[in-house]
Design a protein. Structure first.
Length: 129
């Protein structure tokens, strides 16, 4: 006769053990990913931050061109006056990014350098076309 009061012996790990192993493995993968990304992208991010400090207007324009996957191309650059014009390849639309002395920040407008308002120039001088 069988003894029904004694449950059969469990084999293997329980559900909580498997959950713990899964979470631990996920944490290890995330840590390795962060370390790998910092090794690969760390120098590029450092250079990007340095460039953004030196000339934030140029950084905005070059980022716009680089992230567009070929949709935008730089057509005019003026490092001295911190103004840059990019062109959308499909429509031909021009966008200018310039440094606004009043706000001390880059500003984006439609058009070429001639679209920059005179009030945005240092001492309110006219921007040459």
């Amino acid at each position: 006769m069988d003894n029904p009061s004694v449950p059969p012996q469990k084999k293997g790990l329980g559900a909580l053990a498997w959950l713990g192993i899964g979470c631990g493995a996920l944490i290890v993968i995330i840590v390795l990913g962060v370390v790998g990304a910092s090794v690969i992208f760390g120098p590029k991010l450092k250079q990007f931050a340095e460039d953004a400090q030196k000339n934030p207007t140029r950084t905005v324009a070059t980022t716009m061109v680089n992230v567009s996957m070929g949709q935008f191309v730089m057509v005019a650059e003026d490092d001295v006056n911190k103004r840059y014009t990019v062109k959308e390849k499909t429509s031909g639309k021009l966008t200018t990014i310039y440094w606004d002395e009043k706000t001390k920040a880059p500003v984006t407008i439609e058009g070429d350098f001639s679209a920059i308002p005179a009030s945005a120039s240092p001492q309110g001088e006219l921007v040459p076309k």
